[in-house]
Design a protein around this ligand. Structure first.
Ligand code: TRP
Length: 373
């Protein structure tokens, strides 16, 4: 699908043509956003490029009506730049007034990745939640919960697991097969549990009534959304407002392919020291440069495939004029790959130093985020 790429929740490979992806998945391009969105580089630079039914969310923002943002994290491996892309969106929506629901997908990790619940809990806290807080997540209007332990309030927990279980009647095995291809009991449970994650904010025991819910995701999660959206409209009691979703591009790994938890040279983790990050960028960052300096000066480089440039664009160079200058200079051959990498290294070291200080403070805040109810 999407050209010659494969994109499923369990596997992403090949080079992705996002225009084709929009068509094949039946998404809408994200355009004509209100101006507060353009202040955010991820929207302005189309890193978040498509949506389903986002109008409902935009209306809620404009009319100052309640809405929620729901997402989940698979607590495996190190927290890296790919995860930061979603964290920044969570914080953006929280600042715009969204109530946040964040699921730690420990049951999904147990059933599909063979990872124990204790291990998931530890990684979720030390890696994901600590970094979210250090990046600016606030405890107010934010519920972080574990799929294995929705709430200590029995009414809420019952409502959540009741919903998860009654969803099963509203989907067929053939629909599962059409959406996921290979189906196993673990995948089926994960799918319905994730649908419950996405929908339960609308229950009487949670936000009290149907409300707009945005789920920001990478395109690999779209199958889960399609299932949850279909099911939600088949259930008559309680009624659910259709889910909204937004789609961000896949952040390239350092070497150009994907970031892989088992290969630390494929990503920059937010716990890497400045020195480690510098070494990784110098050694591994895939470059759009030419083989020799002479050729590069003559023919110029390709910033569009250069990983250092992508990281500057998505995270570390918020100034459009400066980013364009780098783009133009690299393309014309005036700027060499080593110089481009150095721009990224300087910006990233500053960021990492500050972030590590913030992480120390964040560790003391964890209790304000989990186990609240
Ligand atoms: N399946 C998601 C992942 O692999 C995690 C997840 C669980 C999730 N529940 C969710 C994502 C609800 C979005 C919304 O990362």
């Amino acid at each position: 699908m999407a050209g010659n790429a494969t994109i499923t929740p369990w596997e992403v490979k090949g080079s992705i043509d996002y225009k084709k992806l929009i068509e094949e998945f039946g998404l809408s391009p994200l355009e004509n956003l209100p101006k507060e969105f353009n202040e955010n580089v991820l929207f302005r630079r189309k890193v978040i490029f498509a949506h389903r039914d986002i109008q409902r969310i935009l209306d809620a923002v404009r009319n100052k009506k309640p809405f929620a943002m729901m997402t989940g994290l698979m607590p495996t491996g190190k927290f890296h730049l790919g995860h930061m892309l979603l964290a920044e969106q969570m914080i953006f929506w929280q600042n715009l007034g969204a109530k946040l629901y964040i699921a730690v997908a420990d049951v999904e990790a147990y059933n599909t990745r063979n990872q124990g619940l204790e291990e998931s809990r530890k990684i979720a806290i030390e890696e994901y939640i600590t970094n979210y807080i250090a990046l600016g997540l606030k405890p107010k209007n934010c519920e972080i919960y574990f799929q294995s332990n929705r709430s200590d309030d029995a009414k809420k927990a019952n409502a959540f697991y009741r919903l998860q279980n009654i969803l099963a009647r509203h989907i067929t095995f053939n629909e599962f097969k059409a959406v996921y291809g290979d189906v196993t009991p673990g995948k089926m449970v994960s799918s319905l549990l994730q649908a419950a994650d996405m929908l339960h904010a609308q229950l009487p025991e949670f936000e009290g009534k149907p409300l707009p819910v945005l789920v920001p995701v990478g395109p690999d999660q779209d199958p889960h959304l399609r299932i949850a959206r279909d099911i939600s409209q088949r259930i008559k009691d309680p009624k659910f407002m259709q889910l909204s979703s937004s789609y961000h591009i896949f952040m390239p790994g350092l070497k150009g392919g994907k970031m892989s938890a088992s290969d630390p040279s494929s990503f920059i983790a937010l716990t890497d020291t400045s020195k480690e990050a510098e070494t990784k960028i110098k050694r591994y960052a895939f470059s759009g440069g030419r083989d020799t300096i002479e050729e590069h000066r003559k023919l110029g480089g390709d910033p569009d495939i250069d990983v250092s440039f992508q990281y500057l664009k998505c995270f570390f160079e918020p100034d459009d004029r400066k980013l364009k200058q780098i783009y133009d200079d690299y393309k014309s051959g005036k700027m060499l790959t080593g110089e481009l990498k150095q721009v990224l290294i300087d910006k990233m070291s500053l960021f990492l130093k500050k972030h590590h200080e913030n992480r120390q403070k964040a560790k003391k805040e964890i209790g304000r985020f989990i186990g609240k109810d």
